[in-house]
Design a protein around this ligand. Structure first.
Ligand code: SER
Length: 856
């Protein structure tokens, strides 16, 4: 039966028995500070056992990725030397959360092994906790008395770590041999533990005190590798189909045979185990470095590299081994395939890096061994171990491993002292990060060892332990509701302002504390400071707070950051390679990018730049993030900026075939998330430096919509003005028509004064212009005579006098107007044939006509 079939049969069996199939959780336990790596199936259910988390189901089954390389469960040293120890392994498990207990757990296990898998009953040996009478009795239903052994706490009381859920357990062992068994035999290789049934009953606190769990529960774990070994009739796990394809791939690339020697076998087994583990760790987000979990990854990789050297390998070859791991396990654990590229890159990079110093380090060690032999000593001095660590990248356990092969020990104490001395030197040489003034209090904290791990590339929330509180530049121990303080935690998902990107905001919560995080800054690259308002409760140093960034805001920031990279690349394509970043700023609202360029940018260029960026956005290209040595990044063509500080190891952000930049900021997973960018402003900010401001995503949409709105408004105004004009025109023409229609009637009003036809009347018009037109028309009709018209033009009198040319020798319109206009309180004048005037007193208009007659 292939391992993949065993995995499936197991999960199906428990599904049938009412268990929900739950996916394996990450190897990196989420939000659990008590554990480096997920080391058992129950880790993801820890809070369920403790009663702190409720699940929809009370029965679950999993095939869980596990790592046992640190803490209470550490198998690293045994790997390769025993038939059945691994760093990474798969644990099959069934769980009861306050549902069934010992009786059913035992019955399920027995049924699965003996009925489903048809393993012979007599080959299964049971151990129970010596004080657990119940379990002992329950087993008697299935097996004979001489198959049951009672053991002490060391063997039959299980706990996850130093703290957490725990309880008595019962183990099922496979007997590779036959015949009589004593307790002591159980320790030998004749027996192999295959399944551990833990009866979860307690929670062990940090003080070691055990308190009962809310409900007794069950946690079982069976190593898939071991079960496969039994079912496939092998002597050890390495011969199962979980490892043979991997070992074969190692044989192919190294052109060596596993069976050629014990040394070869060990080397190949270690490499198979470690490359498999590393592939899973990288797929779960780890990258080798000198800190914490990342250092574990580095340690196992360097061990494997050294075993590769033993097989004569002088160049990287893990990629080929990892390919096999992915081929074999990718369908059960799709994350492997999803992150294939990065897995291969990181492995190869770590190999290249360490191969550069491995030989020199090994030579130093060989030399040292010779010296020791001469001096008849068997301890490698601490300084040598330290030098190998510090200069040649040899993790201490690797040096130990090599020394052990020669039966030589390490001077651990000397090594620790040398490490300590180096820390002191680093402290003395400390000058802060240099570019800006760091408040002394932060310097003091930093030197005191305070450090923040940034987890915000992967996580949007995480639990941080408060390491320090500050108020107005002074250290404090606690802070109350309403206070504004600064907070330093051991790890945070909050991005601290840097690289042009603003700091994150968000909240911090515990059961009775609520914090508002207003900003995040970093006085040192590894010391993050949160500017905080205590909204509820009282916080103290050592409190653990669940820190959660404002996710929506961060997403907008990501979009603007990735958009900035796209803009930069587009500027270089459209304007030329002389374009260099001179500064940038981006937040959740917009982005600003300053760059060198020595002439104005045309509208066409600007449109081309925008189009190019949007084209790359619409292609939805995955954004690649890589961490690698500075030199390699530069060799790949990364843009790096003068005036920026870069460490040995840098973060490379790539939008394949378009942009490649060193950057520590947060980015979208692919370009499509940005949606759209819109350049909103472009101008010169200094000699040879121009600035583009742009918006992206929803803000770009909003910007466009705003413009659209303005345009509509302007249009609307235009339309309305036009309409008004049209209306006025129509009214005027109506009036004119009316005036002219009335002309015949008016002509009846013509008087003769000294033989001169005189028309002096009030008419209805809108203004002086219209009055003139009307007067003109009447004049034409009269042929010879004097026309004097008055009109009320919105509270004012308008007057006009027109005289036909034949009469202008005798009469002057101008003179007449001069005398008439004062009658309405105004003035007027003009030529002999035409004069205009006006005044405010409408009521006096009749007087004007009367006076005219008199004057004539
Ligand atoms: N947690 C137990 C173990 O790891 C059973 O799964 O052995």
């Amino acid at each position: 039966m292939r391992a993949s079939e065993i995995r499936e049969i197991f999960l199906k069996f428990f599904e049938k028995a009412g268990h929900t199939r739950v996916a394996s959780s990450s190897l990196i336990p989420f939000g659990d500070l008590t554990l480096y790596f997920t080391n058992a199936g129950m880790v993801q259910f820890k809070d369920v056992f403790l009663g702190a988390e409720k699940r929809a189901t009370t029965r679950a089954t999993t095939s869980q990725k596990c790592m046992r390389v640190s803490g209470k469960h550490n198998d690293l040293e045994n790997v390769g030397h025993t038939p059945r120890h691994h760093t990474f392994f798969e644990m099959l498990g069934n769980f009861s959360f306050g549902d069934y207990f010992k009786e059913e757990a035992i019955a399920f296990a027995w049924e699965f092994l003996t009925k489903t898998l048809k393993l012979p009953k007599e080959k299964l040996i049971i151990t129970v906790y010596e004080k657990d009478d119940d379990a002992g009795k329950l087993w008697l239903k299935h097996v004979s008395k001489d198959q049951i052994f009672r053991l002490g706490e060391k063997d039959n009381f299980w706990s996850m770590g130093d703290t957490g859920p725990c309880g008595p357990c019962s183990e099922i062992l496979w007997d590779f041999g036959s015949g009589k068994i004593t307790k002591k035999d159980l320790e030998s290789d004749r027996f192999m533990e295959i399944w551990n049934l833990v009866f979860m009953q307690f929670n062990r606190g940090a003080d070691g005190v055990m308190t009962p769990l809310p409900k007794p529960s069950v946690d079982t774990g069976m190593g898939l590798e071991r079960l496969a070994c039994v079912l496939q009739g092998k002597k050890n796990n390495w011969e199962t189909d979980l490892f043979t394809p991997i070992i074969e791939s190692i044989e192919r690339v190294t052109k060596q045979k596993h069976d050629a020697s014990q040394e070869n076998a060990v080397a190949m087994r270690v490499i198979a185990d470690h490359v498999r583990a590393a592939s899973f760790l990288i797929a779960d987000g780890l990258l080798p470095s000198n800190e914490g979990r990342d250092y574990v990854l580095r340690r196992i990789l360097r061990r494997a590299i050294r075993y590769g050297r033993k097989l004569g390998m002088h160049k990287p070859f893990f990629a080929a081994v990892a390919e096999t791991v992915m081929k074999e396990m990718g369908s059960a654990y799709p994350e492997l395939l999803q992150h294939k590229e990065i897995v291969v890159k990181v492995l190869t990079n770590e190999e290249e890096r360490f191969l550069e110093t491995l030989d020199r380090g090994l030579n130093i060690l060989e030399e040292e061994f010779k010296q020791l032999q001469k001096a008849k000593q068997s301890i490698v001095p601490g300084e040598i171990v330290f030098k190998l660590y510090d200069t040649y990248g040899f993790p201490k356990d690797l040096t130990e491993l090599i020394a052990r092969e020669k039966k030589i020990d390490l001077d651990e104490k000397g090594f620790e002292e040398a490490m300590q001395k180096q820390r002191e030197r680093a402290r003395k040489a400390w000058k802060g990060s240099g570019s800006f003034k760091v408040e002394p209090v932060y310097q003091t904290l930093r030197l005191g060892g305070l450090k923040t791990e940034f987890v915000g590339y992967e996580k949007e929330s995480d639990i941080g332990e408060i390491l320090g509180l500050l108020k107005e530049g002074k250290k404090i121990e606690y802070a109350k509701k309403g206070e504004r303080i600064q907070l330093i935690v051991n790890r945070t998902p909050f991005y601290a302002e840097g690289g042009g990107q603003v700091g994150d905001t968000g909240i911090g919560l515990t059961e009775d504390i609520e914090l508002e995080i207003l900003d995040t800054q970093k006085p040192f690259p590894d010391l993050f400071v949160h500017d905080v308002k205590v909204v509820e409760g009282e916080i103290s140093v050592k409190d653990r707070v669940n820190l959660e960034i404002d996710r929506e805001r961060r997403q907008k920031i990501r979009c603007n950051h990735t958009a900035t990279h796209l803009l930069h690349a587009a500027l270089r394509q459209i304007l030329g390679g002389h374009v260099k970043q001179a500064g940038s700023y981006l937040d959740d609202q917009y982005l600003r990018f300053d760059f060198s360029h020595f002439e104005a940018i045309t509208d066409k260029q600007l449109a081309d730049i925008e189009d190019l960026v949007n084209k790359v956005i619409s292609k939805n290209i995955p954004v690649k993030v890589e961490v690698l040595p500075y030199k390699e990044a530069i060799a790949k063509g990364a843009l790096a900026f003068f005036g920026e500080k870069y460490g040995d190891v840098v973060r490379l952000i790539q939008i394949p075939d378009f942009s490649i930049e060193l950057c520590g900021g947060t980015h979208t997973a692919s370009t499509g998330e940005i949606g759209l960018i819109k350049i909103v402003k472009e101008r010169s900010v200094a000699n040879g430096v121009r600035r583009i401001e742009a918006v992206s995503g929803f803000a770009a949409q909003e910007f466009v919509r705003g413009r659209e709105f303005l345009l509509k408004e302007e249009n609307q105004r235009g339309i309305e003005t036009e309409k008004q004009r049209q209306k006025e025109k129509e009214e005027k023409s109506k009036r004119m028509q009316a005036a002219l229609k009335n002309a015949d009637d008016l002509l009846k009003k013509i008087k003769e004064i000294h033989g001169v036809k005189v028309l002096a009347v009030q008419v209805l018009v809108a203004d002086a212009g219209e009055l003139r037109e009307v007067a003109d028309a009447y004049k034409q009709k009269m042929g010879s005579g004097i026309v004097a018209l008055g009109a009320d033009t919105g509270g004012k009198v308008a007057l006009i006098i027109m005289i036909t040319p034949d009469l202008t020798k005798k009469y002057s319109a101008g003179n007449l107007m001069k005398q008439l206009a004062p009658l309405v309180g105004g003035t007027g004048g003009g030529r002999p044939d035409m004069a205009q005037g006006g005044g405010p007193e409408i009521a006096n208009l009749p007087k004007v006509f009367k006076r005219l007659e008199e004057l004539l």
